[in-house]
Every structure is written in structure tokens, then in C-alpha cells.
Design a protein around this ligand. Structure first.
Ligand SMILES: Nc1nc2c(ncn2[C@@H]2O[C@H](COP(=O)(O)OP(=O)(O)OP(=O)(O)O)[C@@H](O)[C@H]2O)c(=O)[nH]1
Ligand SMILES: [Mg+2]
Length: 189
């Protein structure tokens, strides 16, 4: 799906309330996906702990400070093959992981599978690392993964614990990735 499409005389724009960007929020169980979604929905001080592990998915509509609207699907970390029905129409992926220097083998395998999905071929990926260390992205992702990301828009950010500012930064980075991606797709037409 592109940024702007026109049909039957009426134009619509992805990212509006009527046509929000479809975003998948993925990552291993317990990495903090639901916590992040709740921070966006109601603010970090209103997130009631402890959160229970997601059994299937949560969904929330989020409006950014600049007025862009995302429909965020927060999937269970152990979603496995139940992921497939969510792929269609996805316009962006947030992949969360706990990096201690290098991405884990499990995450790497999951990412390799995701990058092979046709439904995701135009979807930019925002990697969100819950590490406290400031590690350059090139050293977190393996050479193999970096080569598979060639030609795709992606970015990486660190999510600091208990920081609304940091959670908001994730949203603005996602916004930037999607704006760029859609600009390029529109120019390609
Ligand atoms: N302080 C703090 N705690 C966090 C943060 N993110 C997650 N946590 C903690 O980690 C626990 C698990 O986080 P969840 O958001 O439920 O993890 P999840 O990725 O949704 O896990 P699944 O639903 O099992 O896939 C939460 O109950 C929080 O205690 C964060 O940014 N700050
Ligand atoms: Mg969850």
C-alpha cells in the first residue's frame, strides 16, 4: 500500500485516521512490546504493573504529535505461525530485542524469516533495543543480516527503561521511516 492512492475521484492518504499505517510490533516474550504500546496509549505513569504475557495480540490506534496515525498490532512473543494472518497490508515493523552487544540467534532467525515475507518486502523496519549500553547498530546486527537489509529502509534506536521521552522517540523514528518510504514509493510510480 502506498502513501497516496486515488480511486474513483477520491484521494486517500495512509497515516490518517481513516487509513492508519498498519504496524507490527514484534520481538521475544517479555521484551516489553505491550509496555511500549501502553506507554503510547496512556502514558508511562498510567501503565499498571505487572503486565501479563500477551496470549495472541493487542491492537491500538496511536496518533503522533505530527498527526500521523498508526494501527499498532502488538503480537505475542511466542506468536509463531499465528503471525501469518497479520502480515497482509503491513506498512512498517518494529522489532524489539534485548541487545547485549550482538543480536541473539533466535532473533536473527526470526528476522531472516520476516525479511523473506513478500507481504513485508516494502515495509521499513525499526529495531528497538532495550539495552542500556550505547552500541552502534552496525555491531549489533550481524553481517549476514545487514546484507539482507540492503535496499530496505531501516533504523535502530535504544529504548531506555521507564522513559516516556524514549518511547516517544520510537514513534517519531517510525514516522520518519514511513514518510521517507512513502515518498520514495510515490516517486517510483
Ligand atoms: N521499567 C520498565 N519495565 C519494562 C519496560 N518494558 C517492559 N518492562 C517490564 O517487562 C515486563 C514484560 O513486558 P511486556 O511488555 O509484557 O513484554 P512483551 O514483549 O509484551 O511480552 P509478551 O507479551 O509475552 O510477548 C513488564 O511487566 C514490565 O515489568 C520498560 O520500558 N521499562
Ligand atoms: Mg505483550
Amino acid at each position: 500500500m502506498g502513501a497516496t492512492c486515488s480511486g474513483q475521484g477520491s484521494a486517500f492518504v495512509s497515516g490518517s485516521s481513516a487509513y492508519p499505517f498498519k504496524i507490527l510490533l514484534l520481538g521475544e516474550p517479555g521484551v516489553g512490546k505491550t509496555f511500549l504500546l501502553r506507554c503510547w496509549q496512556s502514558g508511562i505513569h498510567n501503565v499498571t504493573e505487572p503486565l501479563t504475557s500477551t496470549t495472541h495480540f493487542n491492537v491500538g490506534m496511536i496518533k503522533t504529535a505530527n498527526g500521523l496515525v498508526f494501527m499498532v498490532y502488538d503480537l505475542a512473543g511466542d506468536i509463531g505461525l499465528r503471525l501469518r494472518p497479520f502480515l497482509d497490508g503491513t506498512e512498517g515493523v518494529i522489532y524489539m530485542f534485548k541487545a547485549a552487544g550482538v543480536i541473539r540467534d533466535d532473533d536473527e532467525r526470526t528476522l531472516e524469516q520476516l525479511l523473506r515475507e513478500r507481504d513485508l518486502e516494502n515495509a521499513p523496519i525499526l529495531f528497538v533495543s532495550r539495552t542500556t549500553e550505547n552500541v552502534p547498530s552496525e555491531s549489533v546486527l550481524s553481517e549476514k543480516l545487514l546484507s539482507k537489509l540492503d535496499g530496505r529502509r531501516w533504523d535502530m534506536t535504544v529504548l531506555e527503561d521507564s522513559s516516556q521521552e524514549s518511547a516517544n522517540l520510537v514513534l517519531s523514528m517510525l514516522e520518519k521511516l514511513l514518510r521517507h518510504n512513502n515518498q520514495n514509493q510515490t516517486e517510483d510510480r
